[in-house]
Write a protein that binds this ligand. Sequence first.
Ligand code: SAH
Length: 213
Amino acid sequence: MEDSKKHQGLRRQLIQDLRSKGIISESVLMVMLKTPRHFFMDQGLINFAYHDQAYPIAADQTISQPFTVAFQSQLLDVESKHKVLEIGTGSGYQTAILLGLTPNVFTLERQQELFKKTQHLFKKLHLHPKRFIFGDGYNGLPDAAPFDRIIVTAGAPLVPKELLNQLALGGKLVIPVGQKQQQMMRFTRTSEKSFDKEAFGSFNFVPLLSDKI
Ligand code: SAH
């Protein structure tokens, strides 16, 4: 896979576009500038990699829109010492952005086809999340908890209790909540039993799937 001058130029334009849409986190913009999104897209869609849009990947899923990746990453406010859990690995693009912010990334995907494909891609790109697990994000990852940050990249009909339980004190969960359309929510754990709750506008995600509900 090759990162050409043309792609780097398109990425610079995308970063300008993200700035004009209100993204201000320099660390997030820097990592997005360095990360070739076209590596994470299907061969036939590579020419669209630096358009600010979501595109289909395998298993009827989508690679999130760059604005959404930037927005969620900015809300997550990741520091290099943080331990981060991502639910919904998909193409692995958001995972790569997280790995540019901290080495301590754990990520979960529940579609077998995507899991295998992205596992292969991570190897090829020398991307090494701490763990990449085939599993159901509704359960979180209890044996690696607590997490400083949790990000959900699919629309959750409700906020999974397990994810709130697995936040460290002061930890943050960024999650799009809703059925047809989602509200971007951020929960911050302020004590054993209490959470601050903030809302950041409407988004459209593929659903967070469950065998349970
Ligand atoms: N961050 C990804 C987004 C992919 S779309 C990207 O930009 O490529 C959301 C992903 O969540 C899909 O890959 C979907 O298979 C996965 N997903 C849906 N429900 C899930 C669940 N319960 N647990 C883990 N992953 C889930």
